[in-house]
Design a binder for this molecule. Structure first.
Ligand SMILES: Nc1ncnc2c1ncn2[C@@H]1O[C@H](COP(=O)(O)OP(=O)(O)OP(=O)(O)O)[C@@H](O)[C@H]1O
Ligand SMILES: [Mg+2]
Length: 328
């Protein structure tokens, strides 16, 4: 199209100012190439994507007398590329998830095996200690020592049963569970402790929450760990927001636990659910809470996610499939 200014054919848009672009070319004499510009031509509804290459047009005296511009419509190609990139990103995310859950499965089997092996000798230690206690007078020094051994062995038993739970070698019974009730029951257990530590619990539990299929005690164990972790993250006190609601058009139930605590350093994020990962002092935490919780939630066909909330603390999100109501 000769004898027309470029911008008469392609008026400038917000995204791209042809006039400035071409004046630059005329001033400097160097070719320009602008790739993948989104352009919505006036009067046309659809956005197009174009590539523009412009070259100076010179006369014999080497003066620039115009420009030659090649406008290439690459809308289809660019959209395909975009789709491909998106698909690739999704694939990467799925792959990472798979690697992570593979790691968890291995850790789970390993932990389960070790726990199983430890269970018998531990039973022996506990049994003999308790027998010896029966034969010892309470004011004997050895009685205190035996008591200490018994206590330590009981503590080990707790860890072992946590591990067995995590690796799902003990299988609980699944029934209809009201998640709100499991949360309330958990809070009743810790009410006293949280009050002592100046932690205010702010509940927003949906009154129309769908039921889930699951094991009440196991779910309670998960919620208890959410609350104790939040408590440990707020030694100076704070707030714990607990919400439940239906999501995915009632097909899923979501429970969130948001605290105003210390948050989690980025480098810990991918280790949280591994057995024995803890930042707490020995005696305060073993690092089994979240790995057990992970095992339980997976067993329920659900998801557990964690993220740091800027300015707040940490938010744990637990998603469980709602109980399917079978047709009459
Ligand atoms: N709400 C939270 N705020 C900050 N850090 C957290 C929170 N929840 C978990 N963490 C971090 O994750 C780690 C692992 O938690 P997990 O519940 O698995 O083990 P633990 O609480 O250390 O020990 P256990 O639960 O076995 O007594 C914690 O040590 C802590 O560093
Ligand atoms: Mg814990």
């Amino acid at each position: 199209i000769l004898k027309k200014y470029f911008w008469e054919i392609f008026p400038p848009t917000e995204d791209f100012d042809w006039r400035a672009n071409l004046s630059h070319l005329i001033e400097t004499g160097s070719p320009t190439h602008n790739g993948n510009i989104r352009y919505r031509p006036p009067l046309v509804k659809e956005e197009v994507i174009i590539n523009i290459r412009s070259h100076p047009l010179k006369n014999r005296e080497n003066n620039i007398i115009g420009t030659v511009s090649l406008v290439e419509y690459v809308t289809k190609k660019a959209k395909l590329e975009e789709g491909l990139r998106r698909a690739y990103r999704e694939l990467r995310a799925t792959q990472e998830q798979l690697v992570q859950s593979g790691k968890m499965a291995t850790a789970g089997r390993l932990a389960g095996g070790v726990a199983h092996e430890l269970n018998n000798p531990l039973g022996g230690i506990l049994g003999f200690t308790q027998a010896a206690l029966l034969d010892t007078k309470e004011d004997d020094q050895i009685y205190k020592d035996l008591k200490a051994i018994e206590e330590a062995a009981l503590h080990c038993k707790e860890i072992v049963s946590g591990l067995l739970n995590f690796s799902r070698q003990t299988k609980g019974e699944f029934k209809e569970v009201d998640v709100n009730k499991a949360i309330e029951a958990t809070l009743a257990l810790v009410n006293h402790q949280t009050k002592l530590q100046n932690i205010e619990i702010v509940k927003d539990l949906s009154s129309r929450l769908s039921k889930v299929t699951g094991n009440f005690n196991q779910l309670q164990q998960v919620f208890l760990n959410m609350v104790t972790n939040a408590r440990d993250a707020m030694p100076e006190g704070g707030k714990l927001f607990i919400t439940t609601r239906n999501i995915a058009r009632g097909k899923k139930v979501e429970a969130t636990f948001l605290d105003t605590g210390s948050g989690i350093p980025e480098e810990h994020m991918d280790k949280l659910f591994e057995p024995f990962f803890t930042t707490k002092d020995p005696g305060k935490g073993v690092g089994l809470g979240l790995s057990v919780s992970y095992g339980i939630i997976k067993d329920h066909g659900g998801e557990i996610e964690v993220k740091n909330r800027k300015g707040a603390g940490v938010e744990f999100r637990i998603i469980l499939p709602a109980r399917r109501i079978t047709a009459r």
